[in-house]
Design a binder for this molecule. Structure first.
Ligand code: HEC
Ligand code: HEC
Ligand code: HEC
Ligand code: HEC
Ligand code: HEC
Ligand code: HEC
Ligand code: HEC
Ligand code: HEC
Ligand code: HEC
Ligand code: HEC
Ligand code: HEC
Ligand code: HEC
Length: 280
């Protein structure tokens, strides 16, 4: 009988040991295969990785809440807990086909902190195709510069005058893009806001002539006559029509025969006599 009791006790001890073992094994399995949160929760990470948690909470942007999605487990039990970007960013896009995500996104805990090097063009075009199109359609020396020669950090806009001198002392540093476009700098565009003084930076004689005579043209801006494209010469009738008697206009091929230069009208002096002749 005593032997039976002994056996039964032994059995019970065995069973208990077995149970304990099972529970322990299950606990271990869940720790290894499921999720480190079971033992070290994300709220614990900061106890040892204060800097990372701080960065993530201040600059983590969309990555902020993804700690456990990126790092599954923890060394030494778990190895290879550093995720690949492509694990999540795997949609079809030119941008996600680039190599070396972390050459620009240098810190996954601050994903929008982007570092650029001096010679980048191709990766920029994965998003800014339009700028590249302009640079190629209108070749200039800017076309052979890397994007990051001018944009040294993402979103930076440098003033043109960091690299060029204005055309004259009177020209303002921020006036350049009124006439030039950064990605097609030789295509001079004509807006309404161009100052005559700025045309005068290069056309000094014309500017002087225009501003020092007494005719009413002196108040007309350069671009209201020379409109649309650089070098365009206007016809007088664009603004005046044909103001005189038809006989006069058919006899004289150009208005200038009587009025002289557009920049220095000399109407009365040049033509009084002719008018007298015409009236006869
Ligand atoms: C008790 C301190 C401690 C806690 C808590 C802790 N870590 Fe660590 N962690 C370390 C140490 C120490 C290392 C360096 C271990 C090594 O290099 O083997 C490390 C390394 C890492 C690494 C780098 C692994 C690699 O392969 O380079 C990552 C990622 C990491 N921890 C994430 C976490 C996350 C996520 C948490 C919270 C869930 C966390 N840690 C909680 C101490 C801790
Ligand atoms: C979007 C994914 C992602 C998230 C979210 C993320 N990490 Fe990381 N983490 C990485 C990558 C990728 C690296 C490797 C960085 C490298 O190679 O320079 C890394 C590296 C680390 C390292 C080792 C290098 C270092 O910077 O000290 C630690 C520690 C770490 N992470 C902790 C954490 C903790 C703690 C959290 C959450 C509170 C977290 N990470 C959230 C992707 C992530
Ligand atoms: C565990 C999944 C995961 C991993 C791994 C991961 N990301 Fe993300 N990331 C996301 C999610 C989710 C978003 C928000 C939605 C989106 O933009 O696709 C995001 C957003 C971003 C953003 C935009 C942030 C914002 O707030 O607008 C950048 C940049 C980024 N990730 C870069 C990276 C880089 C670089 C890596 C590799 C070092 C990486 N991610 C790894 C999940 C991940
Ligand atoms: C040449 C630098 C560069 C490289 C290389 C690069 N990125 Fe980016 N990435 C950027 C810039 C710049 C932005 C725009 C940030 C902004 O909107 O302010 C960006 C934005 C993002 C965004 C958020 C916007 C979006 O389109 O969803 C994600 C996600 C992203 N990158 C992931 C990646 C991944 C993944 C890789 C590698 C396959 C990668 N990046 C390679 C520079 C780079
Ligand atoms: C993933 C897409 C993406 C990539 C890659 C990218 N950008 Fe951007 N970029 C954007 C977005 C979106 C904006 C507008 C939002 C902002 O200002 O962050 C922007 C804004 C800019 C601006 C400022 C525009 C303004 O009106 O102020 C410049 C300049 C610029 N990017 C240049 C670059 C250069 C140079 C590169 C290559 C190193 C690059 N970008 C790579 C998406 C991208
Ligand atoms: C980071 C420097 C840099 C910036 C910023 C810059 N340029 Fe240039 N640009 C150059 C270089 C280098 C050349 C070629 C040498 C030269 O003509 O000075 C050039 C040439 C030019 C040319 C002549 C192009 C040709 O093919 O003959 C024009 C016009 C021009 N730039 C206008 C501008 C304007 C307008 C801006 C501002 C919107 C600007 N640049 C901003 C560097 C720059
Ligand atoms: C010579 C210098 C220079 C080069 C090279 C250059 N940019 Fe720019 N970029 C500028 C300047 C200056 C502006 C601001 C223009 C303005 O204010 O009108 C600008 C504006 C931008 C903008 C804002 C939107 C726009 O079109 O005005 C984006 C985006 C941009 N550049 C992307 C690029 C990309 C991508 C490349 C390479 C393919 C590139 N840039 C090459 C000087 C440059
Ligand atoms: C009133 C219009 C106008 C303004 C404003 C203007 N430019 Fe120009 N720029 C021109 C014209 C027109 C040319 C072309 C002349 C030619 O055909 O040789 C030119 C040519 C250039 C060139 C090519 C080299 C040269 O000197 O001929 C550079 C560089 C340049 N401009 C830079 C600038 C910068 C920088 C600014 C702003 C400080 C600026 N421009 C403002 C009209 C303008
Ligand atoms: C950077 C110097 C520069 C600036 C600024 C400039 N021009 Fe010119 N312009 C020139 C040069 C050089 C020529 C002659 C070469 C050519 O025909 O392209 C010229 C030619 C002209 C011609 C044609 C002359 C002819 O004989 O056919 C007119 C008209 C003219 N410019 C008007 C203007 C007006 C108006 C402005 C202001 C909006 C202006 N220019 C700004 C340099 C400049
Ligand atoms: C009322 C219209 C008008 C205004 C204002 C005007 N121009 Fe002219 N410009 C002309 C006409 C017309 C010609 C062709 C020659 C002529 O008929 O006098 C011309 C010719 C030119 C030429 C070619 C060279 C020459 O002298 O023949 C240049 C350069 C020029 N203008 C620059 C300017 C500049 C710079 C301004 C502003 C300071 C200006 N123009 C204002 C009408 C105008
Ligand atoms: C962009 C429009 C424009 C063009 C082109 C133009 N003019 Fe004028 N012109 C004017 C304006 C404005 C006045 C002043 C009208 C007023 O105040 O009554 C004027 C006045 C005149 C006057 C009277 C001058 C005075 O001092 O009393 C004459 C003459 C004249 N223009 C001749 C010409 C001739 C000739 C041409 C061609 C070479 C020409 N205009 C081209 C706009 C123009
Ligand atoms: C045969 C010489 C002659 C020709 C050709 C000529 N004009 Fe005149 N124009 C004059 C004289 C003279 C006056 C001054 C008349 C007056 O003060 O009553 C005048 C006056 C003007 C005035 C000022 C009118 C006002 O009421 O103040 C304009 C504008 C004008 N001309 C435009 C033109 C235009 C445009 C052409 C060419 C299509 C042209 N003229 C051709 C001789 C001429």
């Amino acid at each position: 009988m005593a032997g039976k009791v002994f056996n039964f006790t032994l059995c019970l001890v065995c069973l208990c040991l077995f149970c304990v073992h099972i529970t322990h094994f299950q606990a271990e399995a869940s720790q290894n295969t499921q999720d480190i949160k079971a033992t070290v929760s994300v709220s614990d990470c900061g106890k040892c990785h204060e800097d990372v948690v701080f960065t993530l909470s201040t600059k983590g942007k969309a990555h902020q809440a993804l700690c456990g999605d990126c790092h599954k487990g923890h060394p030494p039990e778990d190895v290879g807990i550093i995720p690949l970007c492509s694990q999540c960013h795997n949609e079809e896009s030119d941008h996600f086909r680039l190599e070396g995500c972390m050459t620009c996104h240098v810190n996954p805990h601050a994903p929008l902190e982007i570092q650029l090097t001096r010679d980048m063009t191709k990766p920029c075009v994965s998003c800014h195709g339009e700028q590249m199109e302009q640079l190629q359609k209108y070749p200039s020396i800017h076309t052979i510069l890397a994007c990051t020669a001018c944009h040294t950090y993402h979103g930076q806009i440098q003033p043109c005058t960091n690299c060029h001198l204005p055309h004259s002392d009177t020209m303002k540093d921020d006036s350049c893009t009124v006439c030039h476009q950064a990605h097609m700098p030789l295509e001079i565009r004509y807006g309404d806001s161009i100052l005559s003084e700025d045309c005068g930076s290069c056309h000094k004689d014309e500017y002087k002539q225009m501003t020092t005579n007494t005719s009413k043209h002196r108040i007309v801006s350069c671009i209201s006559c020379h409109s649309d494209t650089h070098g365009n010469i206007p016809e007088c009738k664009k603004c005046h029509g044909l103001p005189h008697a038809e006989k006069i206009h058919s006899r004289y091929k150009t208005c200038g025969e009587c009025h002289g230069l557009a920049h220095n009208l000399d109407a009365t002096a040049a033509s009084t006599n002719i008018f007298v002749k015409d009236r006869k």
